[in-house]
Design a protein around this ligand. Sequence first.
Ligand code: TXA
Ligand code: MG
Length: 311
Amino acid sequence: MIGTDPSRAAEILRAGGLVALPTETVYGLAADARQPDAVRRIFTTKGRPADHPLIVHIADAALLHEWARDIPEYARLLAAAYWPGPLTVILHKQPDVLDLVTGGQGTVGIRIPAHTLTLRVLRELGSGVAAPSANKFGKVSPTTAQHVSADLGEAFGAEGGYILDGGPCLVGVESTIIDCTGPLPRLLRAGAVSASMVEETTGLALLNSDGSVRAPGTLPSHYSPNANIHIVSADDLDEYPGAGLIAMHNVHTPHGMTRLLSARDEGEYARGLYSALRKADELGLADACAVLPASDGLGAAIQDRLRRAAY
Ligand code: TXA
Ligand code: MG
């Protein structure tokens, strides 16, 4: 069921149950990260392969050492600058962090989400929660409680699963992931914390991912709806009559196209992107065109998700 009671959510988690939690990026499907049976249920509910690592969500940077060790100074700078917020750091794990959470790797991903309700849940629980995005594996991430219910309703609702409704997500695309296990930070997934923000905060060069770390977010065709997504320049939209259109507001909708998103700025584009992809499927559109925003800042994360959806 869908509700708004953080205490109820904390109780369910403590008892080993799953709860869908709101964050500023996307909704997560959470389990107490210290309870193996609970974490195992995340994988069965999502239909996700069990060797994929999960992000641990905590309420306070002072708890970081309970999960991670050998934390470099630049990771502390990033945490201080962007937490609570859309940034995940990958660090060497403490020995007692469950293999189920880390996918058997020696590292763990951690972030503090910026959502009041979820921070209350985490404080009441007094632990961290492992939480992937609350969608079926390979599908579009949910940015409202209703999206979660539509995706996981059967698998999750039937078991009395609780969806904590914190409203629509304010960022709308998944967190930036920075690997902090080497001498220099390495970008594993683009998000609202941009590459230049990371470089400015740390004073270090940011490396590109070389693909050696397993990360489902980097599979080419991850965030995909059923509709075929085409990346198109505004001048070529006439070639796609009958398709949906995702673009900034200054791009005109040609006759016969269905507008799925009209964003005034990049923030609005990111917030509305996944709803627009879902809408394409709800309307049964075979094709949808996306006119990309500029590639700086949040635009890089939007471009990344759309290229994967179009792959
Ligand atoms: O914004 C977000 O990060 C959302 C919300 C719910 O917090 N979560 C999310 O989780 O997007 P998920 O599971 O859909 O994506 C997590 C990504 C995956 O690509 C995973 O491989 C990577 O984080 N990851 C987690 N732990 C890792 C580790 N130890 N090493 C490398 N990548 C890791
Ligand atoms: Mg995901």
